[in-house]
Ligand binder design. Structure first.
Ligand SMILES: C[S@@+](CC[C@H](N)C(=O)[O-])C[C@H]1O[C@@H](n2cnc3c(N)ncnc32)[C@H](O)[C@@H]1O
Length: 375
């Protein structure tokens, strides 16, 4: 937009807003995460106990290992295609994929048949993934990065994504006297970013049931970018067969409420404070994702709580095996990890696992399916 140097993302966005008008929340979130100079994922590796937030693969190796078992089952039921595309979307530090590959290598032929594609836009995160996965390069059938799902090779696909969708931009709408209007970001005279309501009205087709009955000030969130990803993967499965898992925090029924959040050093701050310095996300509306997948004509999508999914995949048995013959301290660590991953009041209840496949496959993890009313 300009060669002018900026001291911060806030200054850069205020300058842009002064010339071009307010931003949608989606444009603001994209800048916060992906601005090449100031964006969170461009300059900060924030995942881990000693960083900003913790994800399931960083809590325990068991998470990636169990998903590795799921990928092997999918590959075997697809008829052991060679080659096939093993993909991860938003791989973070590469920990999930490293644990997945270590567990899956026990299945003869899996590693050699796998053409691994890491879908990752951040050059900084790619460096971390390279360090974690470099040793697999020669054992795999192929290994590359892609900026976008559309660049995946035309092969049967086995794909996983943990906390990827929540990092994609979303829009917010606010109930005003005269209808649902889009929320945006403007700047005040001092150059501070502020929330505003934009003149644009929401397309009535995206509003959930009960929108007319909401009081003024009610908030509704919509993330077309997330639906587009699921739809694109589903369409790919229609063309090439395969299976995909999307794991994230969110709700099974579309509803109302502001879930825009910013996290740093394991604590919440306002999403407008110091843009680019925090991880900004919102909760995922799984009802709309199920509807997006089902619209493509794929076999019906399935949804499970992370708790049910991991326990059905053998979380308790794996913890028992890892702890067998070990000290009380190791066993206590494993017990805590199980509790964090699968406790109903921890990740186990908040996180959901969306599964899509083509053809229908008898895969573990969705025996106790959650219902997702169609959006
Ligand atoms: C919250 S982290 C999740 C990391 C990892 N899956 C885990 O569980 O630890 C989000 C990841 O998605 C990447 N990412 C964000 N937006 C992306 C996009 N549009 N396309 C590809 N990757 C993206 C980030 O760089 C980061 O690696």
């Amino acid at each position: 937009m300009t060669d002018r140097p900026f001291a911060s993302l806030e200054e850069k966005l205020a300058f842009q807003i002064a010339r071009q008008g307010p931003l949608s929340l989606a444009a603001y979130m994209h800048a916060c995460l992906a601005d090449p100079q100031f964006g969170y994922y461009s300059k900060r590796q924030g995942i881990g106990e000693s960083a900003d937030f913790i994800t399931a693969p960083e809590i325990s190796q068991m998470f990636g290992e169990l998903i590795g078992g799921w990928c092997v089952a999918a590959w075997q039921q697809l008829g052991r295609p060679d080659p096939f595309c093993l993909a991860e979307f938003g791989p973070g530090r590469g920990t999930l994929m490293a644990d997945l590959l270590r567990a899956a290598k026990k299945a003869e032929g899996f590693t050699k048949a796998a053409h691994l594609v890491l879908v990752e836009t951040s050059p900084l995160m790619r460096e971390h993934q390279k360090a974690a996965l470099q040793k697999w390069k020669n054992a795999l059938g192929g290994f590359e990065w892609a900026d976008h799902i559309s660049a995946l090779p035309g092969m049967p696909l086995v794909a996983v994504a943990n906390e990827f969708l929540d990092a994609l931009p979303f829009r917010q709408y606010i109930k005003a006297e005269n209808g649902w209007r889009e929320a945006g970001i403007a700047a005040n005279d001092a150059g501070k970013l502020i929330r505003v309501t934009l003149p644009c009205l929401a397309d009535p087709a995206i509003l959930p049931d009960g929108a007319d009955d909401q009081p003024p000030g009610a908030v509704f969130e919509h993330a077309p970018a997330r639906e587009a990803v699921v739809e694109e993967v589903a369409t790919r499965l229609m063309d090439h067969e395969g299976a995909a898992l999307f794991i994230d925090y969110g709700h099974t029924a579309s509803g109302f409420g502001d879930t825009f959040q910013a996290v740093r050093h394991h604590g919440y701050t306002g999403p407008l404070a110091e843009p680019g310095a925090h991880d900004v996300t919102s909760h995922v509306d799984f009802a709309r994702l199920v509807a997006a997948a089902n619209r493509t004509g794929l076999p019906p999508a399935a949804l499970a709580s992370q708790s049910d999914f991991l326990i059905e995949l053998g979380l308790l048995e794996r913890a028992g095996a890892l702890g067998h013959g070990k000290s009380a301290a190791v066993q206590e660590t494993l017990r805590r990890q199980v509790e964090r991953l699968a406790g109903a009041d921890q990740m186990g209840g908040l996180f959901k696992v969306l599964r899509i496949t083509n053809p229908v496959l008898a895969l573990p993890g969705h025996g106790k399916a959650l219902s997702a009313p169609s959006a």
